[in-house]
Design a binder for this molecule. Sequence first.
Ligand code: GLA
Length: 645
Amino acid sequence: MTMMRWFRALACMGCFAALIGTTPALAMGGTPEPLEPTGRWMEKSFGNAALPPMGWNSWNAFHTQIDEAKLLGSAQAIVDSGLRELGYRYLNIDDGWWQKRRLSDGRMVVRTSIFPSAAGSDPEQTSFRPLVDKLHAMGLEAGIYTDIGRNACSQGYPGPDSLLPTGTVAEREVGLYDHLAQDLALYFQEWGFDYIKVDGCGLNAFSPDKPAVKAGQFRAFPALVVSDSVNQTRVADIRALYGQVRDALMRVRPRQDFVFSICNWGTANVRAWGRDLGNLWRTSDDIEPRWARMLYNFDSVVTRELYSGPGHWNDPDMLYVGQGEFDVNHLAEARTHFALWAIVDAPLIIGYDLRQAPKAMLDVLGAGEIVAVNQDPAGNQGVLAYTSDDLQIIVKQLSTRDEKAVVIFNRGTEAVNATLTAAHLKFRPGTVIQVRDLWQRRDLPPFTDETSFALAPRESVMLRVKGLPQIADGLYLSEMPGRLYVAVDGIHALQADPQIHRPVNMGDGTTRGSGPRPALAGWGGPRADSTPYDNQLRLRGTVYNSGIGALANSRLQVKADGAFNRFSAQVGMDDSSLERGARVRFEVYGDGRLLARSPALGADDAPFTLAARVAGVRTVELVAREIGQGSAPAIVTWGEAALRH
Ligand code: GLA
């Protein structure tokens, strides 16, 4: 069968998405949003994730060797240790739970040898309801795992001891494909789960060329994901499939008491569109209990501060605190891993056998003042205030205007003396800054202008600071990333992000070949306090420490919610712009009405001051419109863009 007929055949079979033809407009994976303002906040609100989800997942601790005793043991430990009171409440079952799909009616069957409470009188009529009820009775919530395709990751990448679905080819098709409504009704209505993680191996591990497919073990499925090539990945089709899951969840749980976790490992440009469809979306391949791998996962989120916010969270993968290079013999690394996840608003999902957790490990996971930073209701992801290959300072604006959290992070192999300045914190020079050490749970002496910290290799300091914001009566937009929504990013062609750490142990874990290459799209997306290509914001030689950098032909939304009176910014084509010939007009809209507009500004024009009254405005929109398109993207700067009360 030709590929085209193959696709048509799929479409006719009532599958949950017709995998036919991708229109060019959708090739980037977006519903192409117009540059014109919509006048309303476009980020859809759904699900139950106003704060980053917290809980436990079986995968990093047990892989497919999960069973009911292990799950309930960790659940009990969460209750007994007080972690539940801190917010850890989802107990998520990952890959390995399924026995097969019952052929008579397509109902999924639980592997009762490991989940005995799911057994019924008929071996094919199983139910997770008793286990879910037990978790609910413990004051916890329950999560389940599936795949967007026909088959799961354990089937595509089996380990020597993987517990795999059994039976015929059809019985082993345990993923959502062709069974979306049925499976979600079973999981959320009949069994009562609250959270679902939807993996993506069905879209890349079962193509016709795969040995197991050729051998007849699995039905072929076109490789929609090409992991190292976003331009060969069928982005729009993948987005459509995950969109159908989100819509089906709304139907089975009309009160929206669900959490939807998209797990396609940062492929298919999900780092840009995950927030439209999921409550969390993986931004990278799987974490491993190794330092270098943790750096890779962290890097995949730390420059994506404008893509995260209440209800929608970048997911650098689950925690590995407790194991390998993050175990009790590596407490500095464990604390650093945890502090980093906390400050970038990552979901805090424990991946550790808590039944055997020493107190030192529970103290890391149970560091209440650090968890509180992660769970701050403003949902502002931490922003890089200083960055180098060896040391980074990440600052997160908290919901009280004069308070921020800070992580000073020594990535390298040498001890560093790191200086933290009032400018990093966007506090006024010469004023007193109060400091609390969140690991030591004690106040440090206050400072003005700057203070310093000696950091051992891989060590970090996590602080909460209080001071006088640079803007007396408001905040810079780069201090409120949780209020920003990237409606149009201005990216013409997807490019992989070259800034993400490339560890030696990617891929097959050897140094055969030429090494890992950038693979995750996102290069060129708008940034806080940086140009899209990681330069300082600069207009005619003046550096702006605060501001938003973007490509031209972009539209950013700000959720002002009637809380501010004035917007202002110094705008222009950034000195780093690749395109020098074009001109850009900057426009500010309030609930769809044009409030202020710059002249068309070229590369040599002085920065223009844009100011607008935004009293009562719910949605502010910032449009940078290129006049006469050049050959390279124009880079624009909204310097010192701020909202004031
Ligand atoms: C993928 C996911 C992991 C885990 C495994 C299960 O690798 O990224 O988090 O769910 O599948 O097989």
